[in-house]
Write a protein that binds this ligand. Structure first.
Ligand SMILES: *Cc1c(COP(=O)(O)O)cnc(C)c1O
Length: 476
């Protein structure tokens, strides 16, 4: 039974020993009017859980710093309210991306196209995941995605796993566990997080055989390293860095005849896995999946949520024998994706098959958005902030970024709104606290808003979120 008496005071006054005693009891706080209101809105179970977590964090903070000032109950309630909302209000889970980083990993990489969103909703109930409607029997769950990938890449077989990190690990384990895998020293990449090629090799049970030097590796280095212990050759795209100057690396086309002559599988970790030549968009090309397959790679792996703009997944394309070996590996079952991912991926790939990816997928729409259009949006936003006193609004040249480690040194010319005369960091923090959360950039003391990555339909909403953040920060 909850205590029926009204709480005397929920303010936490600093007092004597031990410091943890200064934290009020959960039950007492939950009885306060602010928390009672919250419980009515979000449910008592969620509110209690979130409050407990917060008090635990405070307890730990006090253990480290006993004299630390504690928030009062109103501040605690406000923090729990904001957090609870992210769970219960779908809008509060959403974000508006005004950073200009197109594939923003923190904001979910590529936004899905409309067809993928509809496919996810349709697949949410019972669906034809792994059942053949004609015979009523169990079928291969990747049949449709394989049809699309074969059409797009020329590879006769394909499988889909949780992400490209899993794809790389699985391919290595299935094709070369217990044996040596030859890799150039110029391709020992770290992608971020814990994806480092030497560690992935170790995890997959392969022995890494490094060859060449950081800047130059020759075909003869590969040749010399091949021996009875060799299980595979891997080529890794240096997604997030570039080697320039006195460099040379054999490409997949050069490696394929060597691998074939020795009966070794040639693996190509492409990273982004472009299906369209980026040169068409005025960018430096990323290697195309279809080029790698045509050049003779036996297993090509790449992300589904970088330049393919689908859900988080890793795709492996290859020959039927190689894909069969990969599918029967125990890790394949552990890394497999759910029906929602397959639904979104199929819908996304279909746009590349139909040739309307650039107009249907938000990433390509944003990438090809004319500069004048981005500028018009920035001007409109600037005009909607005109009533705020003391705010310096300037439209300026800047660069949007592809993000997610793709094309590390390529910027896309853009026009941003730069705001000065406000506490940029505080405004940015308030904007992120909104629902949806609005993400901007802070550069050189200014708040920078790049509208290239903002859906034109969200411009009005974003203006009101920004005005609220500026108001709250006392910009005058
Ligand atoms: C991005 C990348 C990965 C990791 O892919 P995820 O889908 O993020 O797991 C692996 N290898 C390369 C070369 C990459 O660029």
């Amino acid at each position: 039974m909850p205590d029926p008496r009204p709480p005397e005071s929920t303010a936490m006054s600093p007092s004597s020993s031990p410091p943890q005693r200064r934290i009020p009891a959960v039950g007492r706080l939950l009885g306060s009017p602010a928390f009672q209101d919250l419980s009515r809105i979000h449910g008592p179970a969620l509110v209690t859980t979130l409050l407990r977590r917060r008090l635990d964090a405070l307890r730990q903070a006090l253990a480290a710093e006993p004299q630390k000032a504690l928030p009062d109950s109103a501040t605690l309630a406000a923090a729990v309210a904001a957090e609870a909302r992210r769970f219960t209000d779908p809008l509060a889970r959403q974000a508006i991306n005004a950073t200009g980083i197109l594939l923003h990993t923190g904001l979910g990489r590529a936004p899905l196209g409309d067809s993928a969103r509809q496919a996810v909703a349709a697949a949410a109930g019972y669906c034809l995941l792994q059942a053949d409607a004609d015979s009523g029997r169990r079928s291969q769950r990747e049949e449709r995605v394989e049809v699309l990938l074969a059409q797009l890449t020329g590879a006769p077989a394909a499988t889909v796993v949780n992400n490209n990190a899993a794809a790389t690990m699985l391919v290595l384990h299935a094709l070369a566990a217990g044996r040596e895998v030859i890799i150039s020293r110029g391709q020992l990449v770290e992608i971020g997080g814990a994806f480092r090629m030497p560690d992935v090799m170790a995890c997959s049970g392969c022995r890494m055989r490094e060859i060449g030097t950081t800047n130059r590796t020759h075909l003869r280095d590969y040749q010399a390293a091949i021996g009875p212990e060799t299980g595979a050759i891997i080529h890794v795209h240096t997604s997030n860095y570039r080697l320039r100057g006195f460099t040379s690396m054999p490409d997949v086309a050069a490696l394929a005849p060597l691998a074939k002559a020795h009966g070794l599988p040639l693996i190509d970790d492409l990273g982004s896995g472009a299906l369209l030549p980026l040169r068409d968009f005025g960018l430096e090309d990323e290697p195309l999946v279809q080029t790698s397959i045509a050049a003779g790679a036996d297993a090509v792996c790449f992300s589904a949520d970088k330049l393919i703009c689908g859900p988080q997944a890793g795709i492996i394309c290859g020959t039927p024998e190689i894909i069969a070996r990969i599918r029967s590996n125990p890790f394949a079952r552990m890394f497999r994706v759910c029906k929602l991912t397959l639904a979104a991926l199929e819908a996304t790939l279909l746009h590349f098959v139909n040739g309307d990816a650039v107009s249907a997928l938000p990433f390509y729409r944003m990438l090809t958005r004319p500069l004048e259009d981005v500028e018009r949006a920035a001007q409109a936003l600037a005009a909607s902030l005109a009533h705020l006193p003391g705010l310096d609004r300037v439209i300026a040249d800047d660069h949007s970024q592809i993000g997610s480690g793709s094309l590390p040194d390529v910027g896309i010319p853009t026009r941003v709104l730069r705001l000065r005369g406000c506490e940029a960091k505080a405004v940015a923090r308030r904007a992120r606290a909104g629902a949806p959360a609005l993400f901007t950039r802070v550069h050189d003391g200014a708040l920078v808003v790049d509208l290239r990555t903002v859906d034109p339909q969200e411009e009005g909403l974003m203006a009101s979120l920004l005005i609220a953040a500026l108001d709250g920060a006392g910009h005058a």
